[in-house]
Design a protein around this ligand. Structure first.
Ligand code: UGA
Length: 443
């Protein structure tokens, strides 16, 4: 292994995780080669264009490409020749109704890289995988690589949030590496030396614990969100206010206020599929009851979508047929154009299927939404989306929506009716402008 600053790194997979990791490592001074099987994606990245929206990442890409420290390829042979350390950053989507993770991209990354590894190499997985995957992959790598067990594999989960990917990569809250190999540990330490020097905790574990750290963190976060959403369900019928409840809970620092935001619940490419894959894996391991609570976490989350639709239906008199509905938000959360398992689009498409004329506006996710849900209508601005609406639903809490002026919007809607699916607006302010305001978990 060469000295840290000069270490050459290949990043396999150039989606949210891979592209962010590659650009951040180049920014940190490493020579980085991003690898992807998708030629079109590689071409875009070479031109400095990102295939998705992530704040701050386009700048890092365009600053680091001209330095030559950041390059992209489709060739695994080139990656093996170039790099001392290979990071696997491919996706592990939900496979089917079983909820299990689809490991075909991870397996394929190892299968395509390994035959080119003719000198001692370190391969580190960052993708989210079911516990036990890394050990199987380590054996597979050593059996396929010409260099044999001098091709070593460790697992180092990532914890970055979409929308904060650059910040979370450059300033992680912890670094975990699962390995029993001093060479793997040394390479990962060298990669994050700047961060370790800044005091970021560095934890060395076995492979299985490292894999579990990631899925249990996401399971905990999902549980926290569903916990407060369960309190919202109770608050609605008991006459309480879940926002005040959450605030009061948050002052207990054993509980804390983060991820205690009640509303439409979680979506995205991580939390929903990770809890399902975790349950599927627990089942395979014979400890299904240990995670059966996650089924309830998932169910609470789905019920919030149904409840949001019910509130809107009540507001317009019990029937969506022939009504005009404005949906603000398509991305699964603000500052992202990711629409995977988007609660906003799930609600919008159900309402459309019930006969309403639904018009969606999102500051970033319109193209993706239009592609996946061509049955919905799309408007170029918030005001256009709201034009003629019998009810407006705020389903992703973009700053633009939080700052919307209720009086301006009142000029274009047919009826002043707002369902705030994210508890993002000030009810007093909206009501004082003549709006009927409803939110989840509040009166
Ligand atoms: C999540 C984790 O937060 C990251 O730590 C992890 O690395 C990542 O998954 C991953 O596995 O790669 P992300 O999916 O980007 O990150 O999104 P979050 O910020 O966790 O939000 C997830 C969902 O929960 C969103 O739909 C958001 O609207 C919702 N949410 C979040 C709430 O409904 N209430 C809250 O209080 C917080």
């Amino acid at each position: 292994m060469v000295e840290a600053e000069r270490m050459r790194v290949s990043v396999i997979g150039t989606g949210y995780l891979g592209a962010t990791t590659a650009a951040c490592l180049a920014e940190m001074g490493f020579e980085v080669l991003g690898v992807d099987v998708d030629e079109a994606k590689v071409d875009m990245l070479r031109q400095g264009r990102l295939p998705f929206f992530e704040p701050g990442l386009d700048e890092l890409l365009s600053e680091n490409l001209p330095t030559g420290r950041l390059r992209f390829t489709t060739s695994f042979a080139e990656a093996a020749e170039f790099a001392d350390l290979h990071l696997i950053c491919v996706g592990t989507p939900q496979m089917d109704d079983s909820g299990a993770a689809d490991l075909s991209y991870v397996n394929s990354a190892v299968d395509q890289l390994a035959p080119h590894l003719t000198r001692p190499s370190v391969v580190v997985g960052r993708s989210t995988v079911p516990v036990g995957t890394a050990a199987t992959l380590a054996a597979r790598l050593a059996s396929l690589a010409p260099v044999g067990d001098e091709a070593e594999l460790g697992w180092s989960p990532e914890f970055l949030r979409e929308g904060f990917g650059v910040e979370d990569t450059l300033h992680p809250n912890r670094i975990v590496i699962g390995t029993d190999s001093p060479r793997v540990e040394k390479a990962v330490r060298a990669l994050w030396q700047q961060q370790i020097d800044e005091g970021v905790p560095f934890l060395v574990t076995d492979l299985q614990t490292a894999e579990l750290v990631k899925v249990s963190a996401n399971a905990f976060l999902a549980t926290k969100i569903s916990f407060i959403n369960a309190m919202a369900e109770v608050s609605e019928v008991a006459g309480a206010d879940v926002i005040k409840l959450a605030e009061a809970l948050s002052h207990d620092d054993r509980i804390g206020g983060k991820f205690l935001g009640p509303g439409l619940g979680f979506g995205g490419g991580c939390l929903p599929k990770d809890i399902r894959a975790f349950m599927a894996r627990a089942d395979e391991l014979g400890v299904e009851p240990a995670l059966s609570f996650l089924r309830e976490v998932d169910a609470i989350n789905q019920r919030r979508r149904a409840r949001t639709i019910d509130i809107a239906r009540q507001l317009i008199g019990g029937n969506f047929a022939g009504r005009t509905v404005a949906v603000l938000g398509a991305a699964f959360k603000p500052n992202s154009d990711d629409i995977r398992d988007s609660p906003a689009l799930a609600v919008a498409s159900t309402i459309a299927s019930l006969g309403a004329h639904v018009t969606v506006y999102d500051p970033q996710a319109m193209d993706r939404a239009r592609e996946e849900h061509p049955q919905l209508n799309y408007a170029p601005t918030l005001r256009d989306a709201a034009a003629g609406a019998d009810v407006v639903l705020l389903l992703t809490e973009w700053a633009e929506f939080k700052e919307a002026n209720p009086e301006n919007l009142a000029e274009v809607v047919a009826q002043r009716k707002m369902v705030d699916g994210r508890n993002a607006l000030d009810p007093t302010y909206w009501r004082s402008s003549g709006w009927t305001y409803r939110a989840l978990g509040r009166q």
